[in-house]
Design a protein. Structure first.
Lengths: 247, 250
């Protein structure tokens, strides 16, 4: 376990030593200790919290929309072969559009702010969730569906009582993937265009030649991303264990 | 066959909706150009060569970055996957860096390398490397113990083990990683063009949006979609050719 921390510690120590001696005049890199101090200053003046709240908030809102729509569409396409055939070509044409290509469009439609960011996040998370949800419906035990037929359940009742519960573990796999995507896309939107949030703070720190603050933000974004991904993975495993592992 | 027809019908319905929404004034033309205007912009841009050159620049950046990512990812992944020691010391660090958005590394790369095409390429390769690297590690670690014993019994040198047993075993994982890496490479290329003002589709669509030229914006988005579609389809085809025993999970 302790070995996990040796390499990062060595790297940080090397950077610290380099930045304090040879690279003391560098505009690009700063000692990690200075980065931590810069981040602490950002925490005391509040910019750390507002930017973090903005990024996480719009990522979560976009994720909620993209995930909900993706699950709905995935269920519809998974339950009806005919609907799936109709939608197949359209999905395959729209899905490969890189999410970042929508940044300029979202900018044009919504202007800068929360709405453009959550629109891009929702688009980016919608497609993988749609594909995974559709696959999850297809992989529901056929015997369960036969039970539903034998009980003469209607479509809505089948969906609610049989299909959705059987999908849950796989939906959490999709959720874990979508969480990772949402976070990356939100930060990317801020770096490329949206003048709010952590990505923008990172960009501003670089442009004002403040490498300590820039590295501080980079480390903070990395730490948050790692923590959130780890939490999502733990949630997925927890659900899989509770529901009887399917994933 | 009916399924193909249905797919075409669905696609036609989508186009009809677009046509109706833009012509019927449901959505402002500022945001949603008509399909005809988009096609005209696309044709003009491709004929006069500007859009074609941008597309070529973006595709080149994506492919170069992806190629670098694949080479570096397989080499590093093989080195790490082969040795338990390297895994214990390095893998946690790599797992920590992996969720970091590649675009977040871009400001750091700009600070170090400046606004150059090489900087964008380096970030593209960095971002796209992770799925290949982790796929290679996973593929090497999951070599069946029996095969390891065979290699030990044959007194195979390490390099031969990697080449004859390890990498073939990891090929499906590497293939899946490479497909994901190509998607990442396209995304990071576009972002790089947007913030480092390198010529390419990313810059083109950003400028089109700033000038409220919606039809050019849509033409650029359509081209990016086509690049993503074609590259993914080619790679899936290549995977099937290379590994006929393996049905790639889409």
């Amino acid at each position: 376990m302790w070995r996990a921390f040796v390499v990062p510690a060595l790297l940080l120590a090397a950077l610290e030593a380099w930045a304090r001696t040879v690279g003391a005049a560098s505009d690009a890199l700063a000692p990690p200790s200075a980065a931590v101090l810069a981040l602490a200053r950002a925490a005391t003046n509040g910019s750390l919290w507002t930017a973090t709240a903005f990024t996480l908030g719009s990522a979560a809102a976009g994720l909620a929309i993209g995930f909900a729509l993706g699950v709905l569409a995935g269920c519809a396409l998974g339950l009806s072969r005919r609907a799936a055939a109709f939608a197949f070509a359209g999905v395959e044409v729209l899905r490969p559009v890189p999410s970042v290509a929508l940044i300029p469009l979202a900018m044009l439609v919504f202007g800068f702010g929360v709405r453009m960011e959550l629109a891009v996040v929702a688009f980016a998370t919608f497609w993988p969730v749609l594909v995974l949800a559709q696959a999850a419906v297809r992989q529901v035990e056929p015997q369960l569906l036969e039970v539903a037929r034998a009980l003469q359940l209607g479509r809505a009742a089948t969906l609610r009582a049989i299909v959705l519960p059987a999908m849950v573990p796989r939906l959490f796999v999709a959720l874990r993937l979508a969480v990772a995507i949402a976070l990356v896309v939100a930060v990317t939107v801020e770096i490329a265009a949206n003048p709010h949030g952590m990505g923008y703070e990172l960009m501003t720190a670089q442009q004002s030649l403040d490498p300590a603050l820039m590295l501080g933000w980079l480390g903070w974004i990395g730490l948050l991303g790692w923590g959130i991904n780890a939490a999502a993975l733990a949630l997925q495993h927890h659900v899989a264990r509770r529901m009887g592992a399917a994933a | 066959m009916t399924n193909v027809l249905r797919g075409a019908a669905g696609l036609a319905l989508l186009a009809a909706l677009w046509w109706a929404a833009s012509h019927g004034g449901w959505v402002s033309r500022v945001f949603l150009p008509t399909p005809e205007a988009t096609l005209a912009s696309l044709a003009e841009g491709l004929r006069e060569g500007e859009l074609a050159a941008f597309t070529a620049a973006t595709v080149q950046r994506m492919l170069l970055g992806w190629g670098l990512a694949c080479v570096a990812g397989v080499a590093l992944g093989a080195a790490i996957g082969l040795s338990d020691t390297a895994r214990a010391w390095l893998l946690p660090t790599l797992e920590f860096i992996r969720p970091l958005p590649a675009s977040a590394v871009m400001p750091l790369a700009i600070a170090i390398f400046g606004l150059s095409p090489a900087m964008v390429l380096a970030v593209v390769a960095f971002g796209a490397m992770w799925p290949v690297l982790l796929g290679t590690v996973h593929g090497l670690v999951s070599v069946h113990p029996r095969l390891r014993e065979v290699a030990a019994a044959l007194e195979m040198p390490r390099l031969a083990f990697v080449w004859k047993i390890g990498l073939p075993n990891a090929l499906p994982d590497i293939g899946a990683g490479a497909r994901l890496a190509l998607t990442v490479a396209l995304i990071v290329s576009v972002v790089g063009e947007m913030i480092a003002s390198q010529p390419g589709l990313g810059q083109a669509i950003l400028l089109a949006a700033r000038a409220f030229r919606a039809s050019e914006l849509f033409a650029g988005i359509a081209l990016l979609g086509a690049v993503g579609f074609v590259s993914n389809a080619l790679l899936a085809w290549g995977e099937r050719r290379l590994m006929p025993w393996q049905r790639p999970s889409s």
